[in-house]
Design a protein around this ligand. Structure first.
Ligand code: NDP
Ligand code: 8X3
Length: 261
């Protein structure tokens, strides 16, 4: 599909939560989008909604980011014009399990490492050569407070997010000479996402972790991401660390009740 020139953003993990909220704000601001995830029906609904509401062009790519061949196949399915990405938002990610290191499941650890770390690398490796060729572009990684501080039972999830932090810093060093902007957002707890439900394997009782305090909402993180993107080209915001007012770190949450809005 030939597209009239306007900026293109590729957002991984746009079927829910932070990725979906970011897709909405980007479309509202005129970006054509490539949205990815494993749930085709959610991608199709998002495409339908945003293209009608904002008149932007949207491509959906349905693949499992843990599968390097599937990522490559999806990338190769894009026309050359669509591969000229202006903004890559590495958002797809998850926590699986909440167990002490001596009780953790290998399968959960592998899922987190393969998604949060290797998946991010697979897509970044495909997108960055064209950015280097164009001598422009921007990459935003979705890290976490867990990428800067650890908490009991957070072990492997934290390790993957510490790795994301290291990669953000490394990408910056590798790419600044090519005028590619690199940064990350590190949110604390965020509701209106599927994060807790996924972490606790769909157990909706265990996933009720936001009842006694008010965390961030997905759109708060999307706003921070858009703030980074909407700066003049000579400005690189490398990191935004954000939490709800009642959270002061991974291990410090005022659970005395939700704040009235
Ligand atoms: P959600 O579960 O709502 O969204 C996660 C997204 O990642 C979904 O779109 C999901 O799509 C996608 N995804 C997960 N696994 C895969 C996979 N194997 N292949 C392709 N896509 C995948 O959670 P959030 O919005 O909260 O999470 C987004 C990011 O924010 C993650 O990196 C998370 O670690 C981070 N984060 C979340 C916080 C929170 O408290 N919610 C706080 C700090 C950081 P699908 O299922 O369709 O494949
Ligand atoms: C998600 C926030 O504290 O559950 O990255 O790890 S936390």
């Amino acid at each position: 599909m030939k597209i009239p020139y306007t900026k293109i953003a590729l957002i991984t993990g746009a079927t829910s939560g932070i990725g979906m909220a970011t897709a909405k704000i980007m479309a509202k601001n005129g970006y054509n989008l490539i949205v990815t995830g494993r749930r085709a029906e959610k991608l199709a609904a998002l495409k339908d909604k945003l293209s009608h509401k904002y008149g932007v062009k949207i491509q959906t790519l349905c693949f499992d980011i843990r599968d390097a061949q599937a990522v490559l196949k999806a990338w190769n399915s894009l026309d050359n014009d669509w591969q000229k990405i202006d903004v890559l938002i590495n958002n797809a990610g998850l926590a699986k399990g909440f167990a002490s290191i001596h009780e953790g499941k290998l399968e959960d650890w592998e899922t987190m490492i393969d998604t949060n770390l290797k998946g991010l690398l697979y897509i970044t490796r495909l997108v960055t050569p064209k950015m280097v060729e164009q001598n422009s572009g921007q990459i935003i990684n979705v890290c976490s407070t867990a990428g800067h501080d650890v908490y009991p039972n957070g072990n492997v999830y934290s390790a993957t997010k510490f790795a994301v932090d290291a990669l953000t810093k490394s990408l910056r060093l590798d790419l600044y000479k090519h005028h590619i902007r690199v940064g990350q957002v590190s949110p604390g707890h965020v509701e209106e996402t599927e994060f807790a439900l996924v972490r606790f394997d769909g157990d909706s009782e265990k996933a009720k972790i936001y009842q006694d305090f008010t965390p961030l909402k997905a759109k708060d993180v999307a706003n921070a991401i858009y703030f980074m993107i909407s700066q003049p080209k000579y400005v690189n915001i490398q990191h935004i660390l954000l939490m709800g007012t009642q959270q002061a770190g991974s291990n410090f949450i005022d659970r005395s009740g939700r704040l009235e809005m």
